[in-house]
Ligand binder design. Structure first.
Ligand code: GLV
Ligand code: MN
Ligand code: MN
Ligand code: MN
Length: 408
C-alpha cells in the first residue's frame, strides 16, 4: 500500500512506522516487546498523541493511551490494537488498528464531530508474545488474568526476565498488576484488525465484524534423551529425543486433520544443536486452536499420547507444560448489533482462530472487532497485505463507529 487513504494522515503514519524493526533482507518485522524497535514504536505513538493534542499516558503495565476528553469521566469509547510483531511479521497485524485509530479520529475532527464521551486510543504491549512466550501480556495484566507473580517468572530465550526487560527499557516493573479502575472507565472497546484469513475475500466484502475467538493455547513439550556421538553410537543404544518430537509433530497434524482444529509446531529448540551429536533435549512448542473447547482438549490429549508412546519406545523422558490458555471468547452481542447498525446492517460476522487483546478485554468490557479484508489471507508473515481502498474503508468504518458511539 503506497498512497493515501483518508487524507494525508494515514499515509504519513504508515510511512513513519514502515522502517521500524524491519528486516531489509526479508521485509518482515521484528518488533519484540521491550526491544529497541518496540521503543521506537512507543516513541512514535507518544508523538502521534502529542501532535494531536491528546493526553498521553502509560499505564502500570506499559500499555500506551492517548485521550480526547477526560477518561475519569467514565463510559469512554476506546479503540486501538498493538504495534509489536511476531518474528518476521507483516506490517498490518497490529499497526493497522493503531494507525486507523488515529486516522479515524482525524477524520472525525474533519467532520466537526462533537464528542459526548471520552475517546481513547491504545497500544497494548506485547500482544504477540514473541519474546516471553505469552501473548497479550499487557492486556492480560491489566485485566487481571495474568498475575504479577506469573509475569515476573516470564523469561526470554536469553534468560532475561520480563521485569528486567521492562526496567532496561525505562519502565518500572514494580508497578505491574491488575488495573480494574482503568477498565471500569471504558464503556466500549473496538479493535480494528486485518483479517487473518480469506472469509472477506471469498464473500467480496471489505469489512467484517468478529463474532468469537476460538479457544487456544500454547503447550511446551520437552523430550530429554542422551547426547552422544552421531557416528559411533549404535542405533539400538540411542536415546534420541528427536524421534519423539518428530512423531509428535506428525500426530498434531493428524489430530488437526481428524477434527477441523489447527495445530502447529512453529518453534523448536535443540540441545546441544550440533550436526554430529544426538540431541540431549528437544523442546517444541505446540500452538493449538479449535472452535469447540472439547475438540481442543481432545487434540492436545491425542498429541500428548503420541508423544508419550514414542518417547517410551526410545527411553526418552517427556514433560508437557501448558504455557498459556485463552478460553473461547464471544464478543458482546449488543455492541456488535449496534456496530452493524452503524455500518449499514449488511456486514458479515466472522469467527477467528487468532488471539487479540480485544478477546482479553471482553471479559471486563463490552468489546467488538472490525476486520479489514486481506486478499491472500496470509498473516504472521511479510506477505501480509491489504489494499489501499480496503484500508480506507476500514478507517471510515471505524470513524462511523466512533462517531455513532461517542457522538450519537
Ligand atoms: C496472535 O496473533 C495469535 O493469535 O497468536
Ligand atoms: Mn498476530
Ligand atoms: Mn494482532
Ligand atoms: Mn494476535
Amino acid at each position: 500500500m503506497t498512497a493515501s487513504p483518508v487524507g494525508p494522515s494515514f499515509h504519513t503514519m504508515w510511512k513513519e512506522l514502515a522502517p521500524i524493526g524491519r528486516d531489509t533482507r526479508t521485509g518482515g518485522y521484528r518488533r519484540h516487546a521491550w526491544t529497541g524497535a518496540d521503543a521506537d514504536c512507543r516513541t512514535w505513538f507518544q508523538e502521534q498523541a502529542e501532535t494531536r493534542g491528546l493526553a498521553y499516558e502509560t499505564d502500570r503495565n506499559g500499555n500506551q493511551w492517548a485521550w480526547l476528553g477526560d477518561p475519569t469521566a467514565g463510559n469512554a469509547v476506546v479503540t486501538g490494537s498493538h504495534l509489536d510483531s511476531v518474528p518476521d511479521g507483516g506490517a498490518f497485524d497490529g499497526p493497522l488498528g493503531v494507525v486507523s485509530a488515529f486516522a479515524a479520529l482525524d477524520e472525525l475532527r474533519l467532520r466537526g464531530a462533537a464528542f459526548r464521551r471520552p475517546v481513547g486510543i491504545v497500544n497494548f504491549g506485547d500482544e504477540e508474545g514473541a519474546r516471553f512466550g505469552l501473548a497479550c501480556t499487557g492486556s492480560r495484566l491489566t485485566a487481571g488474568v495474568l498475575t504479577r507473580e506469573a509475569a515476573y517468572r516470564l523469561q526470554d530465550a536469553d534468560g532475561v526476565t520480563l521485569p528486567e526487560a521492562m526496567e532496561n527499557a525505562g519502565y518500572d516493573p514494580e508497578a505491574i498488576g491488575p488495573d480494574p479502575v482503568r477498565l471500569s472507565r471504558i464503556g466500549a472497546f473496538v479493535e480494528l484488525h486485518i483479517e487473518q484469513g480469506r472469509a472477506l475475500d471469498l464473500s467480496g466484502d471489505r469489512i467484517g465484524l468478529a463474532s468469537a475467538i476460538w479457544p487456544h493455547g500454547r503447550w511446551r513439550f520437552d523430550f530429554a534423551g542422551e547426547a552422544n556421538h552421531a557416528g559411533t553410537t549404535r542405533i539400538t543404544d540411542r536415546r534420541d529425543p528427536m524421534l519423539g518430537f518428530a512423531a509428535t509433530v506428525l500426530a498434531a497434524r493428524r489430530a488437526a486433520e481428524d477434527t477441523g482444529a489447527v495445530a502447529t509446531f512453529g518453534r523448536v529448540a535443540v540441545e546441544p544443536n550440533g550436526v554430529n551429536a544426538i540431541p540431549s533435549l528437544v523442546r517444541g512448542w505446540l500452538d493449538a486452536r479449535a472452535a469447540d473447547p472439547q475438540v481442543l482438549d481432545e487434540v492436545v490429549a491425542a498429541v500428548e499420547s503420541a508423544a508419550r508412546e514414542r518417547a517410551a519406545h526410545d527411553r526418552v523422558e517427556v514433560t508437557l507444560v501448558r504455557e498459556s490458555f485463552t478460553p473461547v471468547v464471544e464478543f458482546a452481542h449488543a455492541l456488535r448489533d449496534e456496530l452493524a447498525g452503524l455500518l449499514g446492517g449488511s456486514v458479515p460476522v466472522l469467527g477467528t482462530g487468532a488471539g487479540h487483546d480485544a478477546g482479553i478485554l471482553s471479559g471486563s468490557v463490552p468489546t467488538a472487532m472490525l476486520f479489514v479484508r486481506n486478499p491472500t489471507g496470509v498473516s504472521h508473515s511479510p506477505a501480509e497485505s491489504a489494499s489501499e481502498d480496503d484500508c480506507t474503508a476500514g478507517v471510515l468504518a471505524l470513524a462511523d463507529v466512533l462517531e455513532g458511539l461517542a457522538c450519537g
